[in-house]
Ligand binder design. Structure first.
Ligand SMILES: [Zn+2]
Length: 471
């Protein structure tokens, strides 16, 4: 670079000017938006589908090459932030012109306030905090005459923050207090006293995508994908009728999930609902879509809820690590043994796999504490070796109801639940038995659900493709 400048200086004045113009014009041409740029944004073919052997660009990694004159360039960083509110051009421009043209802007700017942040300490009162801020008891009195201020400021908690702005004369001119992540109490000095208002941030929802392949266990995969413990449990609950999360997960099982995130003025607030998900277990894929009734249906519109849960034990009690030997204490013996054993800690809650009536709740030396549930003419489930029974003979139970706790009573070598699934008097493997088909969505909801399902599943698939393309 240094050499270039030295060379440039050696050139005659006229050449220097011409060279400058040439560089300038070239720059303009390079920076002009061209048709190519427009076309490359079109990653989806006209029918909205993706070709198999085409490499797709991450569609939103584009930046507008040149800001159109008068407005700011807005770049969208990634697929997740697609629904992010765009930078408001007005404020952006104002800040911009203020730096380049301070004289013009000066007239519109309010006098500079002496603004300070105060943290509420333990044992603090509003009076103590006001005193630290150099305000008087009269200020406390005046402000707490306002009903909203009174309600919120008299119960300030340690860790809360107040913003106090004073004018040159040391008078309180504005007070701001975040009631929660969305609402702020604002007290302003007016001609004769104070006026209060509550400003509310706009909460906006963005769809977020996450996916993962199970390497060690489902929990870890969920954490790696960025899901919260609550979301991981929700996912297991959504698919809990199809997949036994306690025993059936395998390395390389994978899932993809689309969920809502709520933002208040661009700031992350909390996670919202899981909108759609797909889980592939041992090669079988299951889909789930949330409908407006709050229930989940397969992409085709069948309820995720089925007559039986695949497992009477929550996975979180049994799958702390991916260890097939531990998870399958009776591998190869399922038939002879006539049941499935779930090894977990004594006291682990045991759920009724389906709704029904307790036909036995008793104790003997072989079964220990045991509970039998008759679901209908066809199905009966049996739960053995319980530490405690929580239902009595004759009781009606709901699906998922806790009927007892895992134990080691009866003839056992260690603590486990022995679970049997009987169909028409014959013992079947509860993890592979074909179960009755779940209900289809109400016929009048079929068409509207199909639209929701298609939209969400397309978004899920689209995100999966984007992930693949970016790897
Ligand atoms: Zn057993």
């Amino acid at each position: 670079m240094g050499k270039v400048i030295t060379l440039f200086k050696l050139l005659p004045k006229l050449h220097q000017i011409l060279l400058c113009i040439l560089v300038f014009v070239t720059l303009i041409i390079i920076l002009m938006p061209s048709d190519d740029v427009q076309a490359s944004k079109q990653t989806v073919s006209s029918n909205g589908e993706y070709g198999l052997n085409t490499r797709y660009e991450v569609p939103l990694a584009f930046r507008t090459p040149t800001p159109p004159s008068g407005s700011e360039a807005i770049s969208i960083e990634n697929a997740e932030s697609r629904k992010q509110p765009l930078v408001q051009p007005s404020t952006h421009r104002k800040a911009h012109t203020a730096t380049t043209n301070p004289v013009v802007e000066q007239a519109n700017i309010a006098p500079v306030l002496n603004e300070k942040h105060f943290q509420v300490k333990s044992g603090d009162t509003l009076a103590a905090l006001f005193s630290r801020a150099g305000l008087t008891a009269k200020d406390v009195y005046d402000v707490t005459q306002l009903p909203k201020a009174k309600k919120n400021l008299l119960k300030i908690m340690p860790g809360d923050a107040l913003v106090i702005a004073k004018n040159d004369g040391g008078q309180l001119v504005q007070l701001r207090y975040h009631i929660d992540k969305i609402s702020t109490l604002v007290v302003n000095r007016v001609d004769n006293g104070y006026k209060e208002s509550i400003t509310t941030k706009t909460v906006e929802t963005r769809n977020k995508f996450a996916n993962a392949t199970i390497k060690s266990n489902f929990w870890n995969a969920g954490v790696v994908a960025g899901l919260t413990p609550n979301q991981i449990m929700q996912l297991a609950t959504i698919f809990g009728w199809d997949i036994d999360f306690a025993l059936d997960l395998r390395k390389d099982d994978h899932f993809a999930i689309l969920f809502e995130e709520e933002y208040a003025d661009g700031e992350f607030l909390r996670n919202g609902n899981i909108l759609a998900a797909e889980f592939t277990n041992q090669g079988d894929s299951y889909t789930a879509v949330r409908y407006k009734d709050g229930s989940y249906y397969s992409a085709e519109g069948r309820s995720m809820r089925k007559a039986f849960l695949r497992s009477p034990v929550d996975f979180k009690y049994v799958s702390s690590s991916f260890n097939p030997r531990r998870l399958h204490p009776v591998t190869g013996q399922v038939k002879a043994h006539r049941g499935v054993d779930y090894v977990a800690k004594v006291g682990t809650p045991i759920k009724a796999a389906g709704k029904g009536r307790v036909i036995k709740s008793s104790y003997n030396q072989y079964n220990g504490n045991y509970v039998f549930i008759r679901h209908n003419d066809t199905y009966t489930t049996k739960y053995l070796h319980l530490k405690k029974r929580k239902v009595k003979k004759g009781a009606s139970v709901k699906q998922g109801q806790i009927i007892g706790t895992l134990g080691s009573t009866g003839r056992v070598t260690g603590a486990h639940l022995h679970y049997e699934f009987i169909v028409n008097g014959v013992h079947r493997n509860p993890r592979t038995v074909k179960l009755p088909k779940s209900e289809a969505i109400a016929s009048k909801e079929k068409a509207p659900f199909a639209i929701v399902s298609k939209k969400l599943m397309t978004e899920l698939e689209h995100n999966k493709l984007v992930q693949i393309a970016s790897h």
